[in-house]
Write a protein that binds this ligand. Sequence first.
Ligand code: PLP
Length: 306
Amino acid sequence: GGGRASADREATPEPGSTTPTATPEPTPTPALEPVPQAEAVVNVADLAVTRGDGVFESIGVVGGRLLELPRHLARLAHSAELLELPAPDLDAFEQAVHAALAAHEAAPELLVKLFHSRGVETPAHTIDGPTGWVQVLSGADHSAARREGVRVVLLDRGYRSDIAQTAPWLLQGAKTLSYALNKAALREAARRDADDVVFVSTDGVLLEGPTANVVVRHGDVFRTPRTDLGILAGTTQAAFFDTVRARGLTAEEAVLTPDDLTTADAAWLCSSGRLLAPIRSVDGAPLPVDAPFTAGVLAEAFGLPA
Ligand code: PLP
């Protein structure tokens, strides 16, 4: 199930669309009327549909509380910049998120997705945009992953770790709507009898998962791959680090290798829906899971019932 609130009135009318004699009316605040998902439509010529040419965000909602909204909105704007998209109207998105959530049946956990597309391509190949919309999805049951952990495999990403600097047109580090590769990697994990993936660069640097960041712990030091390695700056990982630092422990960004993962005292995949999933094995080799610590951070950082 899901609700949808349209935020697709970001485009301002062409100046020529008002008659020259009329006194310009102030632009009315668009009414955000959520519609049931079955009635929500996107234009078939929307470039998000035809080319995956847009960006998105997925925001966790726990007990009605939106997790890390400012970080998500900032990242949506940053992704849009990397794709040279028109800047998203963050106020409209925020209003749409609240309208969509208000229209949705309450649940312990929900997921809100924000979509910002380059817009609709006209038959004359001009772009009539941007377009945007918000979708609310029921939260999946992540309790087993959070408690018992996930099995990951290391997969080659096929890029060097300096890709964001040497080939920025590959858009690594932007949350684009082209997630077919990410989904293909997860199917490869399933073929290898695992639940998830951690990508490794061609020069042997630990990167991220297809939908998650990685954190490793050695003693009291928590580390995550640096965001200049062509990976997404994680909102969940950032909230995790806030909590770690508040406990007086060390949390830092670093250049890590697969050895840093396989020798860790504990490790996690961090993402907005599942939040924290301990990694319990890497390519079949077991890794320790710290269940009480994980449950504590899930409660403290994200308000999850203990
Ligand atoms: N890396 C990638 C490629 C992702 O798609 C995601 C989120 O889905 C993340 C990392 C984790 O980011 P966040 O914690 O903000 O959801």
